[in-house]
Design a binder for this molecule. Structure first.
Ligand code: GLN
Ligand code: ZN
Length: 759
């Protein structure tokens, strides 16, 4: 009989209970016991929910107090020396010190580095390893969670991050080879597997998501060695889980590994089914990932059934499992709670719970259960209503995209010509100073917005409040002596949500939280239909701010790729098409800003790099459309209008040609932490346009002195021409307080003056 399983469930809770419990514990308002109690309640609630939705085998050890990669490092005692003392004294405090850093009890430890989990918006902590690293089992988290489920009468399937992916996702601090540590790691896995077996686990899900990436011969050797070693020991059966893409050329290797089952992602890569069926032995388990663990839509069950039936014909039902494409960590928990949405849209959405219910329908249809036919019919009606809805399909929008002319993504003149015209108009000094957009979002600003949203503050009063904030911000920038000003973004809650709320085709949920890292959650907008701009979005604030000053006021927009990247997107058309629609809506905004007298416009694209596909071979296509979308947004303006872009959290070496192709007149980037190292890519490439390398690390409350910034600027000037350089912070100032902002920007302006003096 076909088994229904799940690879992982969201940990945070529908009401973000885990977040609350963590934060209460961190601020010493709650005890460790009460945090553990909440964690336990959530695990049990989620197991029950999964069972009720019809899942036969629920996962365990998918839960984490912070991050599952950190859990893995912790479990194997891969703990850098600097944390050792705290960990030994108090493991839970130590665990959070690795996750968040600590300045308690005379310690001053920074956290492990955090980076994105494949191409998701989830961030994991990067284990720090070194040559000669020792591993041993510390604690018994996977076993304990298995036993916890067992006590509830469930035989759960523990989830472990596999050894090769674990090493490949780690870094060594001494530059030594990560995979060289495999020999030391294998025995610890063997021991853990034996312990799980002893506790009664018959299966373990072992995740090797790196098997959907480009892997080389060394990686192959590592997989072979590790799994050969596991095959020998006493152990539960192993389900090797791949997800987020096709295994592609790695399939041959996979089929040779001595494991008992394989999970494949048929949402991202349905085309891999046939080749997998060709090589995968029928007496081993094949788990089909058939509902989308990365997006919020109900599946097209007929399409799913076609795939499943194909597998069923070849394999029979005995060794077949049905599952989501990947862990459900990346979707919210329950769409039925979203009662505020239009009814049709509500019907199109499937969060974790609904996705599991879909698996059951598929299985029951396969079994020929009559009731399943009714459910299937209902699913068809939903799919059909989405396919034909005029909220989704706006012919005018599609027509505009398809008739877009090539020259829409082309500025009128080349940069050399534009920059002279812009300089004539703006008359900026050498080393012009500016900021990235937002100014401190103080308690008052957030409170006023909350009151406005809840109806306690009227629109007119809110406007008066925002005008006062904006005015104060403009006066402040004049006083400090900045050259190109911003309005401060006080009216914005979030750089994507603010635009999404004003565009057609976007919807917002009440409880659609997904974990970003630790206790941090985001509630991504849902792009469900063709995107258009019913009215100008930012012109009112930019125009008002410009009316307060003679200095140039920079307009501030979030770019199309970033809007796309930080939203749940439609799955019924290519991402590129959705992005082009957003680009056109933003292009209109750019032109309206220009018409309102704004002569400098910044289009932020911090997420451009994040959008890179997992496989190198797919990079070009992505970069081509992503850059084109930016250019569509930016290119309608006159030569005299200066276009800026801003990209943070980015490394540029392997995408510098695409960044150059964006052809922004000025780009600001985050360079202060790396002490200008990130500029190297621009230098090597001979990047021709202007650059503002960040000289003030806004992620830290620390106020840098002018001298430090001068040093950084001199470093930049030694490799770039003086005409190219701007002076600005790394990113927006919204998380900073006013006193430190004043001190730091005063120093920043002094640094620019010092640089000018030397000319
Ligand atoms: N303009 C935005 C701000 O200053 C940019 C934020 C970002 O790059 N993440 O807040
Ligand atoms: Zn930024």
């Amino acid at each position: 009989m076909t088994t229904l399983t799940n690879l992982g469930f969201p940990r945070i809770g529908v009401k973000r209970e885990l977040k609350r419990a963590l934060e209460a514990f961190w601020s010493e308002e709650a005890s460790a016991e009460s945090l553990q109690e909440t964690a336990k309640t959530l695990r049990q609630r989620h197991w029950t929910l999964q069972r009720q939705a019809g899942v036969d085998v629920v996962p365990c050890n998918d839960f984490s107090l912070y991050d599952h990669v950190l859990d893995t490092a912790f479990l194997f005692d891969a703990i850098p020396d600097r944390y050792r003392k705290i960990v030994d004294a108090d493991p839970l405090a130590g665990y959070f010190a690795l996750a968040r850093g600590t300045q308690r009890d005379g310690n001053d430890l920074h956290a492990l580095e955090m980076t994105k989990w494949f191409d998701t918006n989830y961030h994991y902590l990067v284990p720090e390893l070194h040559a000669g690293q020792e591993f041993r089992l510390r604690g018994d988290k996977p076993v304990a969670e298995f036993l916890e489920a067992k006590a509830l009468g469930l035989e759960a399937r523990p989830v472990l991050l596999g050894p090769v992916s674990f090493l490949l996702l780690s870094k060594t601090v001494d530059g030594s080879d990560r995979l060289a540590l495999l020999d030391r790691l294998i025995p610890v896995y063997v021991e853990l597997l034996a312990t799980l077996k002893e506790a009664g686990a018959s299966w373990v899900q072992i995740d090797e998501p790196c098997l959907v990436l480009d892997q080389d011969g060394d990686d192959y050797a590592a997989y072979r060695k590790a799994y050969a070693a596991f095959a020998k020991g006493e152990r539960p059966k192993l389900l090797l889980a791949t997800y987020f893409g096709a295994s592609g050329e790695n399939l041959e290797l996979i089929s040779q590994l001595p494991v008992d089952g394989l999970h494949i992602d048929l949402v991202r890569a349905p085309e891999q089914l046939d080749s997998v069926l060709d090589v995968w032995p029928q007496d081993r388990v094949l788990s089909l990932g058939i509902v989308d663990g990365r997006n919020v839509w109900h599946a097209d069950l007929d399409a799913v059934l076609t795939l499943v039936k194909r597998a069923h014909q070849r394999m029979g039902g005995e060794n077949l499992q049905l599952a989501p494409s990947c862990s459900l960590l990346h979707v919210p928990i329950d769409a039925s709670l979203e009662t505020g949405l239009p009814q049709d849209l509500h019907g199109w959405l499937a969060f974790a719970r609904q996705k599991l219910e879909e698996l059951r329908i598929v299985r029951d249809v396969l079994k020929g259960k009559p009731a399943a036919q009714t459910a299937l019919e209902q699913a068809r009606v939903r799919v059909q209503s989405r396919r034909t809805s005029d909220k989704v399909h706006r012919p005018a929008v599609a027509a505009r995209v398809s008739t877009l002319k090539k020259d829409a993504s082309q500025r009128k003149s080349a940069f050399g010509v534009r920059s002279q015209l812009q300089q004539q108009r703006l008359g900026l000094p050498a080393f012009p100073t500016t900021t990235i957009g937002s100014f401190p979002q103080t308690h008052e600003v957030r409170e006023a917005r909350a009151k406005y949203k809840s109806g306690k503050l009227g629109e007119a009063d809110y406007d008066v409040f925002l005008e006062a904030e904006t005015q104060r911000c403009v006066r402040f920038q004049e006083e400090v002596g900045l050259d190109v000003l911003v309005h401060g973004e006080f009216e914005r809650n979030d750089m994507v949500e603010y635009f999404g709320e004003q565009l057609d085709g976007f919807a917002f949920t009440k409880n659609g939280w997904v974990q970003s890292y630790g206790s941090r959650c985001v509630k991504p907008p849902i792009i469900y239909g063709d995107v258009q701009r019913p009215a100008p979005m930012t012109v009112r604030w930019s125009r008002y701010a410009q009316s307060l000053t003679k200095r140039p006021m920079k307009g501030m927009l979030t770019g199309p790729v970033t809007v796309l990247q930080w939203s749940f997107v439609r799955d019924d058309q290519p991402r590129a098409d959705t992005c082009r629609q957003i680009a056109l809506a933003l292009r209109d905004e750019v032109l309206d800003l220009e018409a309102a007298g704004i002569c400098v416009i910044q289009i932020d694209e911090p997420a451009l790099r994040e959008g890179l596909p997992l496989r190198r071979t797919d990079w070009r296509t992505y970069l081509e459309w992503a850059v084109d979308c930016f250019r569509i947004t930016a290119s309608g303006v006159a030569d005299t209008t200066q276009i800026h872009t801003h990209m943070c959290y980015s490394e540029f070496n392997d995408i510098i040609d695409a960044v150059a192709a964006m052809d922004a007149d000025v780009i600001s980037i985050e360079t202060s932490r790396s002490r200008m190292e990130l500029l190297d890519a621009f230098v090597k490439f001979r990047y021709p346009n202007q650059i503002g390398p960040g000289v003030y690390d806004i992620h830290s409350p620390r106020v840098p002195e002018a001298g430090e910034m001068v040093e950084l600027l001199e470093k930049a000037q030694s490799v770039l021409s003086r005409e190219q350089l701007w002076v600005n912070p790394d990113c927006g100032l919204k998380t900073r307080g006013w006193p430190e902002t004043r001190a730091a920007l005063t120093a920043l302006v002094q640094a620019a003056h010092a640089m000018r003096q030397k000319l």
